[in-house]
Write a protein that binds this ligand. Structure first.
Ligand code: PGA
Length: 249
């Protein structure tokens, strides 16, 4: 009953011309896919042109980050109005690279989540533990706090997505096993039920991210509480991302 969502996070990859080449081929390759949502989050510089290419297709456009203010003296930042203007419907917020390289904390990410929702963008809130946190037995505590503080003040009518991305699995080739990921996804859904009620919790999509590839997507997507994937490296090539999009088909 939860519609799967397969999202590509290109991170800081692809020039405009590389993005356009990918997008043209990709749109054709997935045009017959109707039973799942497909999303691409390119760098800011490629958003506008991909917005035009994806317009009227089954591929949605998202950003990898945003500021919470609409405009003003925030050098180097991009606002929700700007994202809407170029055709974004989703925005990734609180990615572990934002948290750990750029120092974003739960409070700052929460402001962005609330702003995204109030501007009609669907936030994908990322949560995930570091290897040392997992080894110290703190996984549930860490992701539980990230979830609760990241979603603070959100109404249960809000449309949002959660992504569980264990930091030790991102870009390392080490995927969490389906069972290990499912354990955390189940915990997150229980936590969502505490925060927003059971009915809402059952409707929220929880994506898995961290070295998702064509070879491991089937096992992950077979899990009850895994509703999609947030794909980094394997979303950069049309062939591998199309295979992931087509899981189960
Ligand atoms: P990866 O990245 O698929 O390259 O591990 C996932 C992510 O960080 O969203």
């Amino acid at each position: 009953m939860r519609r799967p969502l397969i999202a590509g996070n290109w991170k800081m990859n692809k020039t405009v011309s590389e993005s356009v080449e990918f997008a043209r081929n990709f749109v054709d390759a997935v045009s017959d896919v109707a039973d799942r949502d497909i999303l691409i989050c390119p760098p800011f510089t490629s958003l506008q042109v991909l917005g035009q290419i994806f317009d009227g297709t089954n591929v949605k456009l998202g950003a990898q980050n945003m500021h919470f203010e609409e405009k003003g003296a925030f050098t180097g930042e991009i606002s929700p109005l700007m994202l809407k203007d170029v055709g974004c419907t989703f925005v990734i917020l609180g990615h572990s690279e934002r948290r750990h390289i750029f120092g974003e904390n739960n409070d700052f990410i929460n402001k962005k989540v609330l702003s995204a929702v109030s501007h009609g963008l669907i936030p994908i809130l990322c949560v995930g533990e570091l290897l040392e946190e997992r080894e110290a037995g703190r996984t549930f505590e860490v992701v539980g706090t990230q979830l609760e503080e990241g979603l603070k003040g959100l109404s249960k009518e809000a449309d949002f997505v959660v992504a569980y991305e264990p930091v030790w699995a991102i870009g390392t080739g080490k995927t969490a096993t389906p069972e290990l990921a499912e354990e955390v996804h189940r915990f997150l859904r229980e936590k969502l039920a505490e925060l927003f009620g059971k009915e809402k919790a059952e409707s929220v999509r929880i994506l898995y991210g961290g070295s998702v590839k064509p070879e491991n997507v089937e096992g992950l997507m077979a899990m009850e509480n895994i509703d999609g994937a947030l794909v980094g490296g394997a979303s950069l090539k049309v062939e591998s991302f199309v295979k992931i999009v087509n899981f189960g088909r």
